[in-house]
Design a protein around this ligand. Structure first.
Ligand SMILES: Nc1ncnc2c1ncn2[C@@H]1O[C@H](COP(=O)(O)OP(=O)(O)OP(=O)(O)O)[C@@H](O)[C@H]1O
Length: 236
């Protein structure tokens, strides 16, 4: 089933420059899609349009078959932003409970995940005392406990230690194996070669590649080479 279906999306910020130009982004159940592109290519803008954080201007967007602006779409999806913002006045446990309330679900006890992510004993500390990496990991734990049909992770994996990254890879793989759709926006191409099924490569607000990872690696040798070749090419 197609969990995310964004078609012909255009977006311009107020100054009028077009940032997204006829962009399609699809993610199916049981699929990890890697969203890549140079700085400023429009990845975060696209994700924010998908999550109705920026008002959609043209194109069609559905999540789980529902219009992306409606409650059913919002209930089916979770977005982890690139920043590490969490409410400072809550503990990690309270934050996760709040996320559970927002979705109307009882989340499993996060103690074990906190321990596995190297944060044992910190669940009842205020978020304001967490390091940057701990905040990122708390955001990730919210995704791993709410287990929405669509999870979009915008550079949330940057800045976490290598052991936690390994754990995340395994857990995102498990989400996918259980039928979840995951969109992973990252500059970590090695991670995507290990984890992603398909790559969507945005450049200057347009999709320049949408293909299975295996085929791309077979053709170019690596995702990095694919990107370098494109950036050096006259086609740009
Ligand atoms: N709030 C805003 N107002 C005006 N222009 C913006 C705004 N946010 C982003 N842009 C512009 O939109 C373009 C796309 O930015 P966006 O953040 O979507 O790119 P990105 O691919 O996510 O980049 P990065 O890899 O650096 O995170 C850039 O030219 C950026 O300057």
């Amino acid at each position: 089933m197609t969990m995310l279906d964004a078609r012909s999306v255009h977006y311009s910020y107020e100054h009028g420059v077009q940032v997204l130009d006829d962009v399609d982004l699809r993610a199916d159940s049981g699929e990890v899609v890697g969203l890549i592109g140079p700085n400023g290519s429009g990845k975060s803008t696209l994700i924010q349009v998908v999550f109705d954080l920026l008002a959609h201007q043209s194109g069609t967007l559905t999540i789980g078959g529902h219009p992306h602006t409606g409650a059913a779409a919002k209930h089916a999806s979770l977005y982890l932003p690139s920043d590490d913002y969490l409410p400072q006045f809550l503990t990690g446990r309270e934050y996760l409970e709040m996320v559970g309330h927002l979705y109307g679900i009882d989340l499993p006890d996060p103690t074990e995940l906190f321990t596995r992510f190297g944060m044992q004993g910190r669940l009842d500390d205020l978020v304001e005392d967490y390091s940057h990496g701990m905040r990122k990991k708390t955001q990730l734990i919210s995704a791993l406990t709410t287990r929405r049909p669509l999870t979009v992770i915008d550079e949330t994996l940057n800045g976490i230690d290598v052991g936690s990254l390994r754990l995340c890879e395994n857990e995102i793989g498990r989400l996918r194996d259980e039928g979840g759709a995951v969109v992973l926006c990252t500059h970590d191409f090695a991670l995507l070669e290990r984890l992603a099924d398909r790559i969507v490569f945005l450049d200057l607000g347009r999709v320049v590649v949408d293909a299975p990872v295996r085929a791309l690696v077979d053709r170019h040798g690596s995702l990095a080479t694919l990107v370098f070749d494109h950036l050096d090419s006259a086609a740009r």
